[in-house]
Design a protein. Structure first.
Length: 93
């Protein structure tokens, strides 16, 4: 994840958006990042990142958000998905 996404104090967008506060954030909601169209559509629809849809996205990014630019193929193990979601949740508090 760290090759494209940054977290923590001073995190900035890079290849991917910074992930501080992602749980509860509007999908495609960072003003200073150029998202794929599918994320812009989700943002326009008022969709928000939840632990559940984050886990689904982590399992199958391209199947969940068809058209994503993200090159990651996904985490197949539920325990791995949940560990990442919990880590991201800790950054949202």
């Amino acid at each position: 994840c760290a090759a494209c996404h940054k977290v923590g104090e001073g995190a900035r967008n890079g290849v991917g958006p910074q992930l501080n506060g992602i749980v509860g954030r509007a999908i495609g909601g960072l003003e200073d990042y150029s998202y794929s169209g599918v994320f812009e559509e989700a943002h326009a629809a008022g969709d928000v990142w939840t632990p559940e849809n984050l886990a689904a996205f982590l399992e199958d990014p391209r199947g969940t958000m068809k058209g994503t630019k993200m090159g990651f193929s996904g985490l197949r193990k539920e325990k791995d998905q949940q560990a990442v979601v919990e880590y991201l949740r800790s950054l949202s508090q």
